[in-house]
Design a protein around this ligand. Structure first.
Ligand SMILES: [Mn+2]
Length: 383
């Protein structure tokens, strides 16, 4: 609230000077604090953190508890086409500069996620090793495990999630900024230690369940098109996961049969023309049920005309508005974590992708903090 008050005061100062036809400010002997007060950050100034949140290097600083952490994973060395998603955390934070907690209310959600009583922090980035994928994947798992094992800032907000954890306790949740999509493998390994196998809601143009069995080396089996196959082989997934927005070219029907064997139901991009956003929402909810759910959104699910900055763009995707509508329909599910991946800002124009991604992170925060969905019946699918 403090920044809002300062804006009001700043406005009054401007009005006062305008009324006095003052065209020159006499600097006199007053220092900044006396004359203008605290050094507030404007939407286009200040250090770069998500939504101007306080930023702490959470991995090294265990003394600042949080309930929801924003964590960057600047890893992009398992991509198959255009690299560059290591700059995704930077681009998403930059795209969030016009966001701030005091202006977090949206009509679409009817809430401000920052005012729901949960402590939200920007936890900085995992310092992954850009030269050693095996080490990087381990670093991301260790980082994620470390942070979700921390004590909460606010107990009792998510008792439904405590019942799903192996230890019966509430755990902090993370929204991860990728990074290429492989970051989800170490995340699922970390979540497995707390919740066991989880269902995944996977927004993407691509299946990401391709078998790496034919890869020439064990390490190259793990890439941003195969990580769900690896995760399923490791027992990290239930057989109740779901893709949303698939439209990639495939070798053939065998790809679809293999995908189903990994545990995914498939909602294609074109399905939205037949069943609409309400049908998409209903289909996702029916699939994942009441268990622990992990939400993973590859920015390439959005049409590349609206989100061009990604490694493997596919024409003809959903609009940003359609994706956001379906996310609102997931309110009330047991979301234990979320990510947005494959934002590669070197291919962006006018920050359009970074801004879209940052806006979707705001949706994630709204989704994860809206505990009483009866307050917002319009967010659910009509039945
Ligand atoms: Mn993907």
């Amino acid at each position: 609230m403090i920044p809002r008050i300062l804006y009001v005061l700043a406005g009054l100062l401007l009005v006062r000077s305008a009324n006095g036809h003052q065209t020159h400010f006499n600097s006199g002997d007053e220092d900044w604090n006396t004359k203008y007060g605290p050094q507030i950050d404007l939407p286009f100034s200040g250090p770069l953190s998500f939504s101007h949140l306080p930023q702490t290097r959470c991995l090294e600083n265990s003394s600042t508890p949080f309930d929801i952490g924003i964590l960057g994973m600047p890893f992009d060395t398992t991509t198959s086409y255009r690299p560059g998603a290591r700059f995704g955390p930077f681009a998403i934070r930059s795209g969030s500069r016009r966001q701030r907690p005091a202006r977090g209310y949206t009509m679409a959600w009817g809430t401000n996620p920052y005012l729901g009583g949960q402590e939200i922090l920007d936890c900085g980035d995992v310092p992954v090793n850009p030269y050693d994928n095996a080490m990087s994947i381990d670093q991301m798992e260790v980082a994620y495990s470390t942070l979700i094992s921390r004590p909460l800032a606010t107990e009792g907000k998510n008792p439904h999630l405590a019942t799903l954890a192996k230890d019966g306790k509430e755990h902090p949740r993370l929204i991860t900024l990728g990074g290429d999509h492989t970051i989800v493998l170490p995340i699922l390994r970390a979540l497995n230690k707390v919740y066991g196998a989880v269902s995944v809601i996977h927004y993407d143009a691509h299946l990401d369940t391709w078998s790496g069995a034919a890869a020439s080396t064990p390490q190259s089996q793990i890439n941003h098109g195969s990580f769900f196959w690896v995760a399923n082989n490791e027992g990290l997934l239930t057989n109740t996961s779901v893709h949303a927005g698939i439209r990639c070219p495939m070798i053939g029907v065998a790809d679809l049969e293999h995908d189903a064997s990994v545990g995914f139901k498939l909602i294609s991009t074109a399905d939205i023309d037949e069943i609409g956003t309400e049908g998409i929402i209903r289909s996702i909810r029916e699939r994942v049920g009441d268990g622990p759910v992990y939400l993973s959104l590859d920015i390439d699910v959005i049409d590349p005309g609206l989100a061009p900055a990604t490694g493997t763009p596919e024409a003809g995707g959903w609009t940003t508005r359609e994706v956001k509508r379906t996310l609102r329909g997931l309110a009330g599910l047991n979301i234990v974590g979320a990510d947005i991946v494959e934002v590669a800002p070197a291919y962006d124009h006018a920050e359009v992708t970074g801004i879209a991604a940052a806006d979707i992170v705001h949706d994630f925060l709204s989704l994860m903090t809206l505990t009483d969905t009866t307050e917002a019946p319009k967010l659910k699918a009509k039945t």
